[in-house]
Design a protein around this ligand. Structure first.
Ligand code: DGJ
Length: 729
């Protein structure tokens, strides 16, 4: 049983083979955090509670026993109760006060995992996980239910929180964190987070945790490129394959926060959830509010071990798509090749060439609808521009079909151009504040996704397009963040709900469209990878990783993305050279090797290929198909971090779960003279022998992992080696 409650000590234990998590109901009825980390066998661990009952701080005296909240480890910290770290929950009560301090009422333990109301989350069958619900109540009647799900075979615990107003008067939620974890030895650990910007998403940064609060998050209306909703606590000695890592990933696509708040000793409280900045949710009696899920992963095998657990979890328990576990098509996208300047004839010429080389799908990007000949107009006018295409969409799809290609289409559903029929006919559908100028970004405004009528319009108009031809793929773009957030349908006291309601509205539309068109492969996108989060992955098993398609830049971006997202979720394309973003020229072999780490495709005009490039692309398509299962379902080992090498190199490998096959990629973007090129492999079975396919060399897994593989010839700038190892015993 992964979850056990000991009535005598009040201790809840959540265990799987790799990790333990424990808290207890203490003598005063509060939930007190006891332990989170590597699996521990002893059950009598209540001694880990009550750090001190110092009277020097706010102290309750009940039944003669004093208890100070200041130095206890809270499982879900309230406000104005003597706990002086950041709170997990703050409520403006009906009497205008802010105090809330819930105590244990009851709990339930059951098999499986419940879905979250109106929002995405990981899922599990009855035999795959167990769930604990703990109900707590404040004296005002506000109830908080903490949910914990333990996965049986993965070191994963998911958490979320539901607040119910069981009082008789409305209250306002000012902060509802999804998870609160007091880490007793947090000071001295390191904080890893993924910061970035357009074109440099998910850059890995590690910083020591000292006695000052660290806070990362987004207030852009989207999970954002500035910070990904992922953070980790690492032991000081943690490396890629050794040491402890605690990952926290929020399944949310809007404003979020992660706060590491140290106390005056060694403990650090980690809070993660919807950003309380600009958030105020009015809860009427009997209403509930559900805070999104946090996925917590523990690893004793360094950052790499943590990443592999996330990858496996998301591959098996997150994507709600009929494409789960299936090979993904190799696609060609016309964006970088044509931008808005295309005709059906020009696109079909590209498609013909691509099909002859082995590509599976043609994706028509921005510019096919309304009067969209540039990015100044027509967003929201989701009518086919068949005049521009020079043929009907059905005919265009049929022509692609004749070439053996599937048809994919780009949309940006949440946006509207000021110069559009939609903005002219429904100005009230635009997020804006009366009397204030509505700012544009990329010449566009944002639709009020919290409104059901907006979502109905989008569902109907988009469905019509999707039914107009045999469309099998949907690229969901989002090219600006929110400003002047106000919804015309909500009263002033509810405007603090709009940002979260926007996100729930987005999920509602995604849910309706993915259910109405279950066979369509959705790919997320947000000016590149500006909304790469587990909630979007729930609907779209792949997300465009970055608009920076340069192979060298992608080494860093993809390295950071795989810290918690599966490689197969990263849209990665071979694009033209000189690269459009950085003007760098790299060989097509290198561009393909880097793109094959993710979901592979092309984004260029194949008619411009030389004969040599054409042949290379033909081989690349064959190779991707040959190794597709290994690249999609294999375990990723990051061998060389491109940000830590002299010159610039990166290496990674995929190992099959049974450890019988491995695919190694070694990329040298910038060589140093007289360098010895060697790499230690990882993840193999030390007892097995492996044959390297090209040279026929046979070495044991132990030798390959300890002594490493030495490349016989010196490698130069932009050299790539791809090696395939197969177990022979
Ligand atoms: C931004 C995306 O990241 C690009 O791939 C492309 O789809 C453009 N938008 C189209 O406007």
């Amino acid at each position: 049983m992964p979850i056990v409650y000991d009535q005598k000590t009040g201790v809840f234990r959540l265990d799987n083979s790799a990790a333990s998590y424990a808290f207890r109901v203490n003598e005063w009825g509060y939930l007190e955090h006891l332990y989170y980390g590597a699996r521990i066998p002893d059950t009598d661990i209540a001694y880990l509670g009550v750090v001190t009952s110092r009277h020097s701080r706010a102290t309750f005296i009940e039944e003669g026993i004093p208890f100070s909240r200041t130095r206890s480890y809270d499982e879900y910290a309230g406000t104005d109760c003597g706990d002086y770290l950041d709170a997990a929950i703050t409520v403006r009560q009906a009497d205008g006060t802010y105090a809330i301090d819930p105590r244990y009422v009851s709990h339930r333990i059951y098999n499986g995992k419940p879905a979250l109301a109106d929002q995405p989350a990981t899922f599990a069958g009855e035999s795959e996980a167990q769930t604990l619900e703990v109900l707590c109540r404040d004296v005002t009647g506000v109830e908080i239910t903490l949910y914990y799900t333990v996965f049986n075979d993965l070191a994963v615990i998911t958490r979320h929180t539901v607040v119910k107003n069981a009082s008789k008067q409305p209250v306002e939620l000012l902060r509802v964190m999804s998870a609160c974890v007091d880490m007793p030895d947090g000071v001295g650990m390191e904080f890893l987070h993924l910061y970035g910007d357009w074109g440099k998403e998910r850059t890995v940064e590690r910083a020591p945790i000292a006695h000052g609060t660290i806070s990362v998050g987004s207030i852009c209306g989207a999970s954002s490129a500035a910070h990904n909703p992922f953070v980790a606590f690492l032991s000081k000695d943690a490396t890629e394959e050794r040491g402890e890592a605690y990952g926290f990933n929020l399944v949310y696509s809007g404003d979020w926060t992660a706060i590491a708040h140290p106390d005056v000793e060694q403990s650090v409280r980690l809070l993660m959830g919807v950003n309380p900045d600009r958030f105020c949710w009015r809860l009427e009696p009997d209403e509930t509010f559900t805070a999104p899920e946090v996925v917590m992963v523990y690893s004793e095998n360094g950052v790499g071990g943590m990443s592999r657990t996330y990858h496996k979890l998301y591959r098996r328990h997150l994507f709600r798509s009929s494409w789960l576990g299936k090979p993904r098509p190799i696609l060609i996208n016309n964006w970088e090749a044509t931008r808005f300047d295309f005709t059906g004839e020009k696109l079909l010429a590209m498609a013909k060439e691509a099909a002859s080389l082995g590509v599976d799908m043609f994706v028509l990007d921005d510019g096919w609808f309304g009067k969209r000949d540039n990015d100044h107009c027509a967003l929201g006018d989701w009518y086919l521009n068949e005049q521009k295409l020079g043929m009907t969409f059905r005919k265009f799809g049929e022509e692609l079909g004749k070439l053996g290609l599937k048809f994919g289409l780009w949309f940006e559903p949440e946006m509207v151009s000021p110069d559009s029929d939609l903005a002219r006919s429904h100005p009230e559908w635009v997020l804006h504040i009366e009397g204030r100028p509505a700012s544009v970004s990329r010449h566009q405004w944002v639709l009020d996704m919290s409104r059901a009528d907006v979502r109905d319009y989008l569902f109907d108009s988009i469905s019509k397009v999707l039914s107009s031809a045999d469309i099998c793929y949907f690229k969901w773009d989002y090219n600006r963040y929110l400003t002047e957030v106000h919804s015309a349908l909500l009263p002033p006291e509810r405007q603090g709900e709009v940002r979260h309601r926007y996100v729930l509205g987005l999920y509602d539309l995604l849910d309706r469209l993915t259910k109405a068109f279950p066979y369509i492969l959705f790919e997320g996108c947000a000016s590149g990878g500006g909304r790469f989060d587990p909630a979007m992955l729930y609907y779209s098993p792949q997300i465009w990783t970055s608009d920076d398609t340069d192979a060298v830049e992608r080494l860093d971006i993809q390295y950071g993305t795989t810290i918690c997202y599966p490689p197969s979720s990263m849209g990665a394309h071979v694009s033209e050279v000189p690269n459009q973003q950085v003007k760098r020229t790299t060989p097509i072999k290198m561009r393909a090797a880097v793109a094959m780490q993710g979901t592979f495709g092309y984004e260029l005009d194949p008619a411009k290929f030389t004969d040599e490039e054409r042949e290379a692309v033909r081989e690349q398509c064959k190779e991707f198909r040959k190794y597709d299962a290994l690249l999609r379902d294999g375990e990723l080992y990051r061998l060389v971090n491109p940000r830590e090498t002299e010159g610039k190199r990166a290496a990674w490998m995929f190992v099959s779960e049974d450890k019988k096959a491995a695919h190694l990629t070694y990329v040298v973007a910038h060589a140093r003279v007289m360098e010895r090129f060697a790499v230690r492999l990882a993840g193999l079975d030390p007892e097995k022998h492996y044959r390297e396919q090209e040279s026929g060399t046979v070495l044991s897994g132990a030798t390959l992992m300890r002594a490493g593989w030495v490349f016989p010839k010196r490698l130069r700038d932009n050299d790539v080696r791809i090696l395939y190892f197969e177990a022979i015993d």
